[in-house]
Design a protein around this ligand. Structure first.
Ligand code: SAM
Length: 248
């Protein structure tokens, strides 16, 4: 298909069948599965996945691609013209899986949207290498930040393999990586407050927590964490802090 590539929508289409197969192998979809595909583009992943699953809900923003996909896709693919950030994940059948070679300009908001939704069972996503490193980072390093903490609070994340930039058309400036997310069943805690605490802690990441989170640490926790910087705290430490906040 000849398509006017829209840079503003992060259009880099996968052109290598071996990588399509590797990604689908990682997804491990079963014949009874329903799949949400984010940004199907001109259908590189969609076409190979459709015969393997029960249903694909493919959400694409570009009307030209939507028309192309509607003409070329098999009947078990629903092409939905929408901005994924406005799409209601709740309309999908429980237990669905998620697949996406994500548009780079929107990677972080899409990942936040995924972790804020439940009822999906596995997500396989292609993201730029640097974002993949941030998502999977362990405490202590420069790449560990709000995105690492939030994703790892709600999911088990695994980085699988790199994808070089030369297998895309047009060729992006950066390499990519394929990651998977599996939801964790965590004990109940106040998600909204936890999100606030993590954001506040990393809003000034060079400052010690006694300066950024001072009002939110009780005396005991001030002793434990007060002289730490946010990147030194584990995912569980942030839950402990938000659960024991004396200000609420
Ligand atoms: N899946 C295709 C592939 O692997 O070749 C295309 C991947 S391309 C990196 C990202 C796709 O997401 C493009 O088709 C783009 O038009 C679409 N897209 C960009 N922003 C979007 C949005 N807000 N909602 C839905 N789709 C979007």
């Amino acid at each position: 298909m000849t398509h006017p590539f829209r840079k503003k929508w992060g259009q880099n289409f996968l052109r290598d069948h071996n990588y399509v197969q590797k990604i689908l192998l990682e997804l491990g979809a079963q014949p009874e599965d329903s799949v949400l595909e984010i940004g199907p583009g001109d259908g590189a992943l969609t076409a190979s996945l459709a015969p393997l699953v029960s249903k694909i809900y493919a959400v694409e923003i570009d009307p030209l691609l939507v028309r192309h996909l509607q003409r070329t896709s098999p009947p078990n693919v629903d092409i939905i013209e929408a901005d994924i950030l406005n799409f209601g994940f709740d309309t999908l059948p429980a237990g669905y899986i998620i697949l996406g070679n994500l548009p780079y300009y929107l990677t972080t908001p899409i990942i936040f949207k995924i972790i804020n939704n439940s009822r999906w069972t596995r997500a396989v996503l292609m993201v730029q290498k640097e974002v993949g490193a941030r998502i999977t980072a362990s405490p202590g390093g420069k790449t560990y930040g709000r995105l690492s903490v939030m994703v790892q609070t709600y999911t088990t994340v695994v980085s699988h393999f790199k994808v070089p930039s030369n297998v895309f058309q047009p060729k992006p400036k950066v390499d990519s990586v394929v990651i998977s997310l599996t939801p964790l069943s965590k004990k109940n805690f106040d998600r909204v407050h936890h999100r606030y605490i993590v954001r506040l802690a990393f809003s000034q990441r060079r400052k010690k927590l006694k300066n950024t989170l001072g009002d939110h640490l009780n005396r005991k926790l001030l002793k434990v964490y007060g002289d730490h910087r946010p990147e030194q705290l584990s995912v569980d430490d942030f839950i402990v802090i938000s659960e024991n906040d004396p200000s609420i």
